[in-house]
Ligand binder design. Structure first.
Ligand code: CTP
Ligand code: CA
Length: 220
């Protein structure tokens, strides 16, 4: 039984994980979101629990069952996620932004259902705060992990995010491949760390990737 044989190498550690795709309302019945299933974030929460961590999972809506033993905080929008992360950040040892956070939200969500009128419709969107950028800027003891979803120039684009957001580990995802990633149980990722060579993690389960993320963090 893995729960007993697993090394308790995250015992007494406070781990915060965000997961899922945030949703941004347009009107009372419609919203903007993305293809994130939440599986990677939930797999990270499960693995951290196995290793003995105290886990806070800040989750946008998913179809997944809450990991047993985690403190789960349900949020919908990027602003709600930002606020929830803010509440816990200063006390955390490890923070992993696995959520797919909407870059934009409606400038002014309509109070009533938007009526069909013309042949085209323009939506006015405004930028959401970059949660991970903010965390990187005020990082103290925390080990910070980010993800990057890219459809081109994976390593170059992801490396820029690693530097800009001051993360200790950036997990780069090629989201142009339909056999892995969004919605899938498997993924192939590249780990980027400051001053170290990129490390390819060959196509495997999200559970295995989660385990490798903590292995790498604990070996730094
Ligand atoms: N992220 C965040 N807040 C946002 C947008 C993204 O915290 N408003 C985090 C994600 O959780 C992820 C990382 O930043 O860990 C990278 O997200 P990604 O969408 O790949 O990059 P962006 O910086 O948003 O750039 P772009 O979408 O233009 O590629
Ligand atoms: Ca983005």
């Amino acid at each position: 039984y893995t729960r007993i044989s697993q090394k308790q190498d995250l015992k007494n550690k406070q781990v915060l994980i965000t997961a899922g795709g945030t949703i941004e309302p347009l009107d009372p019945v419609r919203y903007l979101t993305n293809r994130s299933s939440g599986k990677m974030g939930y797999a990270l929460a499960e693995n951290a629990l196995l290793r003995g961590a105290t886990v806070i999972l800040i989750s946008a809506p998913t179809q997944l069952k809450p990991p047993f033993g985690a403190k789960v905080i349900a949020v919908q929008t990027a602003l709600e996620m930002a606020k929830a992360v803010e509440t816990y950040y200063s006390k955390m040892d490890i923070v992993i932004m696995a959520a797919a956070v909407s870059d934009y939200r409606a400038a002014k969500p309509a109070a009533q259902k938007i009526k069909k009128r013309d042949t085209t419709l323009a939506l006015q969107l405004v930028e959401n705060p970059d949660i991970l950028l903010g965390l990187g800027a005020k990082k103290k003891q925390q080990l910070l992990v980010g993800f990057a979803a890219e459809t081109q120039q994976l390593v170059q684009n992801a490396a820029k995010k690693m530097v800009k957001k001051r993360v200790d580990l950036l997990v780069a995802n090629d989201v142009s491949r339909s056999d892995i990633g969004f919605g899938s149980n498997q993924n192939e990722v590249t780990f980027l760390r400051p001053h170290q060579k990129p490390l390819l993690v060959k196509k495997t389960t999200k559970e295995e990737i989660a385990a490798q993320i903590f292995d790498v963090l604990l070996s730094q």
